[in-house]
Write a protein that binds this ligand. Structure first.
Ligand SMILES: Cc1cc2nc3c(=O)[nH]c(=O)nc-3n(C[C@H](O)[C@H](O)[C@H](O)COP(=O)(O)OP(=O)(O)OC[C@H]3O[C@@H](n4cnc5c(N)ncnc54)[C@H](O)[C@@H]3O)c2cc1C
Length: 498
């Protein structure tokens, strides 16, 4: 009979050859994996005999395939869950929580594994894959409300809603689930008008550490409701489904402007000056990187801040009116290229607007911050990324005047009005090292301009202290207290323990 070590070495080699020699996250994992294999025994614990979904223990030959699939990112951390479980029902979840309590094993929920800190691959924890909790419930058109599971992806959710004339501010990217996205706040479309996505969460059904299922809302388990509107990847319960407040689907028009980095000094303040007149009817999204106007010859390609202004209204006329604040201003004059024709779009067309999603699995590290001074942040970020980013697909992103607010009750903490993030791309462990060094340089340079961070898009493996800076002092203190109330034995993996 083959011993487990042998099986794992073989599986590791199989997986590595599938990935190709360039994808190296796994190559450094041998020792931690070997160590974990020693401690495993049978395939499925007896206590989970009646669990109907998949259970993948470390002694299962599929373990590495699951390890690979649970997180979106190509480069994996050197940490190994004790087990992956994919429940099919609440009964399965009850068995799983009882087992976790009995064996004193920590638990972490996973919806689509897009969080850059890879909490879904926590050492020795049980990863609970909630992807089968993906039901979109009946839509009540009169109240514009519905229940939806954490495994529901952004785009299918909006397809179902759009058919009824409605829309929801789920992730810009169609293949991100609402599970983790909404817990951390959620920056979706039409943010200046609708605020953060979790502001549109009316209630949630949550399985607590003791296995009880409770409803959290403005009137029931109010502290739990407060926490889940903003806590991010450290929530201390399993969200089974959310009750969502949808909105009337708006009409949209789009205008585009490209600026070289030496134009930022004029361009960013020009947009900022228009925000009061815009009155939260338009969002100003900027991508900074090797993005070039259509038709740019190869030898003329360079770094740009490419700005899309999406203007919203109840009718197309309203959206056109909102767009005039920008199209009839100076912002076009500063641009090297612009297309200010107010192109009409439907809500679902928005999903095809972000070209950077295509290689998002190669992100090695990211930071998202809020600032009062986006001009300086973008200038410094652009200069350093242009000079030092080792992969030309690395880029920055900005949302000016994004209105990062949630009506109370919420743990989400408003820090400043403008959002800037950056994503460092790489394919090898050496890239990761170099990208972390660049992260450190950027952090030191930008620190004086940073008011706070966005909990969903910070790399807590490299910058654990940033979690604290996402919250006000009061809210941070209350988060710990609420966690203690609902999860006294720290059953759930959480950055609150760092
Ligand atoms: C390509 C891409 C595009 C993105 N676009 C956006 C965007 O437009 N706007 C934005 O705000 N963010 C965006 N993000 C960031 C995203 O919101 C966060 O990474 C978020 O945490 C991922 O959600 P998830 O459901 O995949 O969570 P996962 O990575 O699966 O889980 C992360 C953590 O959330 C918690 N969690 C997840 N599901 C549950 C559950 N059912 N019950 C309890 N806790 C749970 C757990 O603590 C878990 O560890 C994007 C990320 C990527 C990679």
């Amino acid at each position: 009979m083959m011993n487990n070590n042998h099986v794992f070495r073989r599986t590791l080699l199989k997986a590595a050859s599938l990935l190709g020699a360039g994808s190296t996250g796994l190559l450094s994992m041998g020792s931690a994996l070997a160590k974990t294999v020693q401690t495993t025994s049978s395939a499925r614990p007896a206590a989970l005999a009646h669990f109907k979904g998949e259970i993948i223990t470390r002694s299962d030959s599929r373990y590495l395939g699951w390890f690979w699939a649970m997180s979106w990112y190509r480069i994996k951390p050197n940490t190994f869950p004790s087990m992956f479980a994919r429940p099919t029902s609440r009964e399965d979840l009850a068995l799983l929580m009882a087992y976790a309590n009995q064996t004193q094993t920590r638990v972490v929920a996973r919806s689509s594994g897009h969080n850059i800190s890879n909490p879904v691959l926590a050492q020795d924890a049980i990863t609970v894959d909630m992807s089968l909790f993906d039901e979109i419930g009946e839509i009540d058109v009169a109240s514009k409300t519905l229940w939806a599971g954490p495994g529901v992806f952004s785009e299918p959710l909006n397809k179902a809603l759009y058919a009824k004339g409605l829309a929801f501010p789920s992730a810009h990217t169609g293949f991100v689930t609402i599970g983790g996205y909404l817990l951390g706040g959620g920056m979706g479309w039409n943010m200046p008008a609708w605020g953060m996505g979790c502001g549109s969460v009316l209630a949630a059904e949550v399985m607590l550490a003791d296995g009880k299922i409770v409803t959290a809302s403005a009137t029931e388990n109010t502290d739990l409701y407060w926490a889940l509107r903003g806590v991010g990847p450290g929530f201390f319960g399993l969200v089974l489904r959310y009750k969502l407040q949808a909105h009337a689907a708006p009409k949209i028009v789009k205008n585009t402007f490209f600026y070289t980095l030496d134009q930022l000094d004029k361009a960013v303040p020009a947009f900022l000056a228009l925000l009061p007149a815009s009155k939260n009817r338009s969002e100003v999204l900027g991508a900074m990187g090797m993005f070039n106007p259509p038709g740019t010859p190869k030898d003329k390609e360079t770094w740009h801040w490419a700005v899309n202004v999406f203007s919203y209204g109840a009718t197309e006329k309203d959206a056109q009116e909102a767009a005039k604040v920008f199209t009839q201003s100076d912002v076009g004059k500063h641009a090297t290229w612009s297309k200010a024709e107010s192109q009409p779009l439907g809500y679902l067309d928005l999903y095809s607007q972000l070209a950077t999603d295509f290689y998002s699995e190669f992100r090695t590290s990211e930071v998202a911050l809020f600032t009062d001074d986006p001009t300086q942040v973008l200038k410094k970020l652009g200069a350093r990324l242009k000079a030092k980013a080792l992969d030309p697909r690395s880029f920055g992103f900005s949302v000016l005047g994004c209105n990062p607010t949630v009506l109370e009750p919420c743990s989400f903490t408003y820090k400043a009005d403008h959002y800037v993030s950056w994503y460092l791309i790489g394919t090898t462990n050496d890239d990761v090292k170099k990208n972390y060094a660049l992260m450190d340089e950027l952090y030191q340079e930008l620190k004086p301009l940073i008011k706070g961070y966005y909990i969903n898009e910070i790399d807590l493996t490299h910058f654990p202290h940033m979690a604290r800076e996402c919250f006000s002092d009061d809210k941070w203190k209350k988060l710990h207290a609420v966690r203690k109330q609902y999860d006294p034995n720290k059953r759930f993996v959480s950055y609150l323990d760092a």
